[in-house]
Design a protein around this ligand. Structure first.
Ligand code: DQA
Length: 144
């Protein structure tokens, strides 16, 4: 089983970006934890990050040819992108939406997600553990 962990814009700056909101772990730290957890769970985890909407869409399209599912933190595109929503709808594999922060405890514009309705599930507010919970849930579902 292969799982794509896809990170959207500005998440490459984790560790130094608003640590009081997003925590002090870097993206590499999170990716390494997820690769290790994947091994424990019997899944190969492949991690990608892009600041570009089109590159994220391409990664989702590509994932349908090799991945069993996707853990996706779309960053700010969560609240703006119909094109990402359409890409998720277009691929058959399950996508789990994750956010480090609790988006519902923040500004009102973060309360709207264009992608939640087309995702299999959503985890928000657990810091890096949102990825852990998402990965455990996704692998469990894929295994059935
Ligand atoms: C985020 C929440 C978004 O609102 C924000 O734009 C991000 C990060 C999170 O992980 O908490 O870039 O997706």
């Amino acid at each position: 089983m292969k799982i794509l962990i896809l990170h959207g814009p500005n998440l490459n700056l984790l560790g130094t970006r608003e640590p009081e909101v997003y925590g002090s772990m870097t993206l590499n730290d999170i990716n390494q934890k997820m690769i290790d957890l994947g091994k424990e769970l019997g899944a190969e985890v492949i991690c990608l990050q892009s600041n570009h909407e089109g590159a994220l869409i391409d990664a989702l399209h590509d994932a349908r040819t090799w991945a069993s599912g996707v853990i996706f933190n779309p960053g700010g595109f969560t609240h703006t992108s119909i094109a990402l929503r359409d890409a998720i709808s277009a691929i058959v594999i399950p996508v789990i939406e994750v956010h480090l922060s609790n988006v519902y405890a923040r500004e009102e514009f973060r309360h709207t997600s264009f992608i939640s309705a087309v995702c299999k599930g959503k985890v928000t507010g657990f810091g890096w553990r949102s990825y852990e919970l998402g990965l455990r849930g996704l692998v469990g579902q894929v295994k059935g």
